[in-house]
Structures are given as C-alpha cells and as structure tokens.
Design a protein around this ligand. Structure first.
Ligand code: FEO
Length: 402
C-alpha cells in the first residue's frame, strides 16, 4: 500500500480494484479498473479526487505514508460520480479541509449525493479559474459532458501535468501505474477503445471541441482517474491522437455482424452474410450475443464501419438479447455507419424489418432491404444473404474512399 510518486511531491494514492466488473452495464472484464486519486504536497496540500466508497481505507494508508490526513488543506472534486466521490464524506471528515473545489455544475450533484455538503467549505470554480497552492498553481477547465455535466480537469502548469479525471482513462487493473511500463501494446489498444466506446462515445463531438483546448497546454504527463498514467510528451501525443481518431469515427473498412439465433437458421444466414462481406474484401467479425457481452460488441465496433444485425422473429419481435444489444448501442450513439438486417421466422416475420428500423434510428445508411427467410434457409436465401454482404461491402468501400 505504497504511494507512487509520479512527479516530485505528487503521488498516486488510489485503489486498484481487481474485482469490480459491472459499470452501469459496461463489463470491465477481464480484470477490473483503478480509481486514481492524487496527492500534491506543497504549501497547501491537495487531494485530487477520492475513490469508490469502501476503498477509502487503502487511500488513507497510502496518504499516511506521505502525510497525515489532517494535513490536507484542499480537496478537488473533478467529477462527482461515485467511483471518484464515493469516499468524499469520509475524506472530508478525516481531513477537515480548508476548501473543497468543485465545478459550478458539480455543486448540484454534490448536494444530491452529500446533503452534509451544506456545512462543507465548498467553492465552485469555472473554466480558467486558478488557485495558488505555493510553488504551484492549479488551473481548472470544465469539460462538460465528458462524460457528466460536472466533469472538469485540473492543470498544473509548473509540472506540465494534466489530471484529466475520466478522460484519457482505461479500465486496466494492474500493479503498474504508467503506460510505458505496460508492455502488452495490443491489450492496451483494446482497453483504450473499450473504454471510449462504452463510456465516451456519445460525447464524441465534445471530445473534438475539447482536444484543441488540451493541445494548447504545455503537458508532459496526463494522469487520468482510471488505469495507466501517460508519461512523456510522446505518450501524451499518442493518447490525444487516439481520442481524435475515435471521436472522429471515420469509416473503416471492416464489418461487424451481431446476431442471435433460436434454431440456427439466423446463424446460418449470418455466416452467409459474412461470406459476402469477406469475399468483397471487407474483413468481418461475427459476434453472437449469446457468446459476447454487449460491451464487447461495442468495443469491436471501434474498428468497424458497418453493422449487420440478425435475429429470428420471436413473439412478433426480435429476441431479447438483441433488443438489449441494440438499446445499449443506440444509447452510445455511434456515428457514420452502414447497416444491414436479416433474420429467420416461422409465421409472422417482423424481426428483420424491426432490426432495420433500429439501425435507421441510429442514422445508419441502409443500402439494402432486410433479408428474411421462413424456417430454414435454402440455397436461394443463403444467396440473398451473401448478396446483402456484398451490397453492404460495396457501400462501405465507397464510403471509405469518399
Ligand atoms: Fe470514473 Fe464518471 O466516473
């Protein structure tokens, strides 16, 4: 339970949560996350964010290796979601800070979660406000809807350090604290996409507005509140570039087929659609919702410019796991995709049209009518599925070139 000095007199004092998986529907598998909190030692000692309720004992142990809790002068709350503010009440009671800083909009969520705050020394701050803590200053920058209305980041110019809260994070539970110590580049890439596509994606337009603001700052370290710290200008530039790419959502020549099946007819159709795509030069990932969590499907979408959805008709509608998948996907507001739909049925056959409507509601381009098949797919139906794959592939290739 040691603190980790990330810069001279600035310490990581957070919590590594190896067990927590479900994060409002996003499965942080396979290994949890971290709640990063930071301690700055100066004339005024500052605690930057706290941790999830129940993890405060570890935070206090790490803090005590640097200074006793009663020596904390200021607490900064960059964001009131409870993975960062859950331990706030305990920390306020232990530290008795002279001031607690929160964004203007954070006041509302703080009051909602902590009625006691009416007795706390809270000071609301806005973009551009700064406080002197001795040798250093902390400059606040609101980042509304990245990813809550209250979100803000804290910049310490003397240290070229941006404490970025949720932005630029990843759900990686590990004994290493820095990106350059994490040697599995493929896994890192996957986790950055997983985090963005399951949390930040709806706010892509706000990301694109915020990045130029961040790029104007002189930064050689970005310390997020989840996962690994980006150390050095190269690492900082890398995560900013990744965010720009993910937020822009330019079409990529790769397709995702997501489906459920009852008696393997829709599954056979999915494989035929896959053949059409692959034979047209579009690499395709085929994912059954029975075998893949809806957040894993969203992560896959990061590299796919097309989505093809399949479900048999069941009780005049689509199967429930597909409904859950599409509800989750729609909420995350992917942009700039091409879609297609297919499915089998026994008598009424509403599902393919309903899937097509789901995709249309996400503003996807739909170059083909949905393909449906009664009972088992025969050669003609499989050919129609193959043609659906080819049609979507050609539309996607054109979009990627355009
Ligand atoms: Fe990591 Fe929005 O809390």
């Amino acid at each position: 339970m040691q603190p980790v000095e990330i810069k001279k007199d600035i310490y990581w004092i957070g919590y590594v949560d190896y067990d927590h998986r479900d994060f409002h529907g996003y499965s942080r598998s396979p290994d949890g996350s971290t709640y990063n909190a930071y301690l700055i030692k100066d004339e005024k000692n500052v605690l930057m964010d706290t941790v999830y309720s129940g993890c405060e004992g570890t935070l206090l142990c790490r803090m005590a290796k640097v200074l006793p809790p009663e020596k904390i002068d200021y607490i900064v709350c960059n964001h009131m979601e409870l993975d960062h503010a859950g331990a706030l009440k305990t920390l306020v009671e232990r530290c008795k800070p002279e001031k607690i800083f929160v964004s203007q909009t954070g006041l509302k969520s703080m009051a909602g979660y902590f009625p006691d705050m009416k007795d706390w020394p809270v000071q609301a701050v806005k973009s551009g406000d700064s406080i002197s803590i001795g040798k250093r200053n902390i400059v606040f920058q609101e980042t509304r809807m990245l990813h809550w209305p209250d979100s803000m980041v804290s910049y310490i110019p003397e240290e070229k350090l941006l404490i970025s809260n949720d932005i630029f994070g990843q759900n990686i539970a590990s004994t290493v604290r820095f990106r350059d110590e994490y040697t599995d580049d493929g896994e890192y890439d996957h986790r950055v996409k997983e985090y963005f596509y399951n949390i930040v994606l709806p706010y892509s337009p706000m990301v694109l507005k915020a990045l130029p603001v961040v790029e104007k700052l002189d930064i050689d370290m970005v310390a997020p509140d989840h996962g690994l710290i980006h150390r050095g200008t190269k690492a900082v530039a890398d995560i900013i570039a990744r965010y720009r790419t993910m937020a822009e959502q330019k079409p990529q020549q790769r397709a995702l087929i997501v489906y459920d099946t009852m008696w393997h007819s829709t599954e056979a159709m999915a494989y035929a659609v896959c053949s059409g795509l692959e034979e047209s030069g579009v690499p395709t990932r085929l994912m059954s919702v029975k075998s893949n969590h809806h957040s894993a499907v969203m992560t896959e979408l990061a590299d796919c410019g097309a989505v093809l959805a399949g479900s048999p008709t069941h009780n005049n509608t689509i199967l429930p796991l597909m409904a859950a998948q599409l509800t989750y996907m729609k909420g995350l507001r992917p942009l700039n995709r091409i879609g297609g739909a297919f499915g089998s049925y026994g008598w009424s056959g509403e599902a393919p049209k309903q899937l097509q409507e789901w995709l249309a509601s996400m503003n996807m381009e739909l170059p083909a009518e949905p393909v449906k098949c009664i009972w088992r797919p025969n050669g003609d139906t499989l050919k129609a599925c193959h043609t659906l794959g080819v049609t979507v592939a050609e539309a996607l290739k054109k979009k990627c070139q355009g």
